[in-house]
Design a protein around this ligand. Structure first.
Ligand SMILES: [Zn+2]
Length: 462
C-alpha cells in the first residue's frame, strides 16, 4: 500500500485541493482530505492518464516518409501504398522494437493505455508463422511481439486482433500488399483465443477484436468473430474503421445502398463496447444512431488531418451527448494534447466561433475534452481507468510545476493552458497501474529503446 499527497488534483467531481490518495495493488482505495504523514508528495497538479483508443504501432516507423507532394494528387490511398511497401521488410522482432519505442513515447506524453488495432499477422511472405516459426503460440507471433513491447514499456494494453478478408466491397480478393493481414474466420478466432491466453500472462492487458472495415469484412464474418470474442469476455471491445474517407462512403452506397454507419446500425447490434473509429463522414441521422446505440466515436484528429480525411462533426455530436475517445492511429503525432487541440480548432475554423467543445457542467474546453476523452477511452478499452476515483486503477499524470506555473495560476485554467498554450510537454511523472513508469520525464528503458529503433530505421531507410 502506498500513499500520495496531491496539492492539486483533478477528481471525477472536478479540481480538488490537498488530498491524500491511497493505492493498493494498483487500485485507488481511498481519497482523503487529511495530509497523511507517510504520504509521498506529488510535486505538481495530478490528472488522469489518457487512453489512446487507436494505434497501428508499426506505422510509427514511417511517420514522415510520405509528406512529399506530387502535384496535389496525394491522398490516403497514396499513403497506403507507402505503408504496403514498408510491410515487405518488417519481422516480428522489428515490430517489437517499433512498438516499444512508440509506447515509451506515448507514456512520456501522457497516454497510459493503448488499444492496438493489430493487423500485421503473418510473416514477410504472407505465410502464417504456424509453418515457419520456432516460437510458441505461433499464429500469434506478431501479436505477442506487441504484448512484450507493452510489458517492457509499462503501458496498459488492449489488444485488438484485426479481421481482414477482402480488398474491397463485394468480397474482392486481397491484393499482394494485404497478404500479411488475411485470415479465415476460423483461423482468426484461434488467434483471438491465443491473445486471450496472453492476457493471463501479461499484466494490465485485455483483448477485444477489430473487424477492419466494411470494405474488408462481411456481415457473416463480423457476427461470427464477435460471437467468439464475446464467449471469452462478454464485455470485449469491438472496434471498426467505419467512415474515414468519402470514397469509402461512396463505395458503400454503391454496394449496400447505405452509408457505412447507417449500414452498421441497421445490420449489427451495437453496444457501449463498440468503438467506431473515424466516424468522420456521418450525417445527422447517423450521429443520433451512434448515440442511441451507446457506441463510442473513436476520433484521431492529427491522422485525419494528415491524411486529408475530413472533419468529425464534434459540435453536433457533443450536443447529442455522444461519447468519444481519441487515438494517434498512424502516429504522425504521439501527443494527446495535440489531438484534443485539433479536435477543438477544426470546429473553430469551420464554425468561425471560439471555445466550442465545453459543456454546461465544465466551462473549460481543455478540462472538458481531457476528462471526456479519458472516460470515453476507458469505455472503448473496457478498462477500469480514465478517472481518479476510489475503485479505479491508478493511472495518473503529474504535471511539471516548473512549466505550469508559467501559464496557469487557477485550477480551471490548467488544462486549457496545457492544451492550447503550452509549447513543450508538461508531463513530468507517469504512473500506470500503481507503478511509476516515467519519473522526471525519463523512462528507464528509453536509451536502449531509442538506439534499437534508430538502427532499425536506418536499415529500413537504406
Ligand atoms: Zn486506423
Amino acid at each position: 500500500m502506498k500513499k500520495y499527497f496531491a496539492k492539486t488534483i483533478l477528481l471525477s467531481s472536478g479540481w480538488a485541493s490537498d488530498k491524500t490518495i491511497t493505492i493498493d495493488d494498483g487500485v485507488i482505495t481511498q481519497i482523503s482530505s487529511d495530509k497523511s504523514a507517510d504520504a509521498t508528495i506529488l510535486a505538481g497538479a495530478v490528472i488522469p492518464g489518457m487512453v489512446n483508443c487507436h494505434s497501428h504501432a508499426f506505422q510509427r516507423a514511417f511517420a514522415g516518409f510520405s509528406e512529399q507532394g506530387s502535384e496535389g494528387q496525394d491522398s490516403f490511398w497514396t499513403w497506403r501504398k507507402v505503408m504496403y511497401k514498408f510491410l515487405t521488410q518488417l519481422s516480428h522482432e522489428d515490430a517489437q522494437v517499433i512498438a516499444e519505442q512508440l509506447y515509451i513515447e506515448m507514456l512520456k506524453m501522457g497516454y497510459t493505455r493503448v488499444a492496438e488495432f493489430h493487423y500485421l499477422h503473418h510473416d514477410i511472405n504472407g505465410n502464417t508463422y504456424l509453418e515457419n516459426s520456432s516460437v510458441d503460440n505461433k499464429l500469434a507471433t506478431m501479436a505477442e511481439a506487441i504484448f512484450k513491447a507493452a510489458q517492457n514499456a509499462g503501458i496498459g494494453l488492449t489488444m485488438l486482433p484485426v479481421l481482414y478478408q477482402y480488398a474491397g466491397f463485394g468480397q474482392q480478393s486481397p491484393n499482394a500488399g494485404q497478404k500479411r493481414f488475411i485470415n479465415s474466420t476460423a483461423q482468426f478466432n484461434q488467434l483471438v483465443s491465443d491473445c486471450y491466453a496472453f492476457t493471463k500472462q501479461y499484466e494490465n492487458t485485455n483483448i477485444g477484436i477489430a473487424p477492419h472495415s466494411l470494405r474488408a469484412v462481411d456481415k457473416q464474418a463480423i457476427q461470427a468473430s464477435v460471437a467468439h470474442v464475446r464467449s471469452l469476455d462478454s464485455k470485449a471491445p469491438i472496434h471498426i474503421h467505419i467512415a474515414e474517407q468519402q470514397q469509402e462512403v461512396n463505395d458503400c452506397l454503391v454496394h449496400y445502398s447505405k452509408r457505412p454507419v447507417q449500414w452498421l446500425l441497421d445490420n449489427i447490434e451495437l453496444d457501449e463496447h463498440w468503438c467506431l473509429i473515424h466516424a468522420t463522414h456521418i450525417n445527422a441521422q447517423e450521429q443520433q444512431g451512434i448515440v442511441d446505440s451507446k457506441a463510442i466515436a473513436g476520433i484521431c484528429p492529427t491522422t485525419e488531418a494528415n491524411l486529408g480525411d475530413g472533419i468529425f462533426p464534434a459540435t453536433e455530436f457533443f450536443a447529442l451527448d455522444g461519447t468519444f475517445a481519441i487515438g494517434s492511429d498512424s502516429h504522425i503525432s504521439v501527443n494527446p494534447v495535440e489531438e484534443l487541440r485539433w479536435l477543438e480548432y477544426a470546429q473553430r475554423l469551420t464554425k468561425q466561433q471560439r471555445a466550442i467543445l465545453s459543456s454546461n457542467e465544465t466551462a473549460s474546453v481543455g478540462q472538458n475534452l481531457w476528462q471526456k476523452a479519458a472516460i470515453g477511452g476507458a469505455q472503448s478499452t473496457n478498462s477500469n481507468t480514465g478517472e481518479i476515483a476510489i475503485g479505479k486503477q491508478a493511472d495518473l499524470l503529474v504535471l511539471d510545476e516548473e512549466r505550469t506555473c508559467l501559464f496557469a495560476n487557477k485550477n480551471q485554467h490548467i488544462l486549457d493552458s496545457v492544451i492550447f498554450a503550452s509549447q513543450t510537454n508538461t508531463i513530468k511523472d507517469v504512473m500506470v497501474n500503481g507503478c511509476w513508469v516515467i519519473q522526471g520525464g525519463v523512462h528507464t528503458n528509453e536509451h536502449a529503446s531509442k538506439s534499437n529503433f534508430a538502427k532499425l530505421l536506418a536499415r529500413l531507410s537504406s
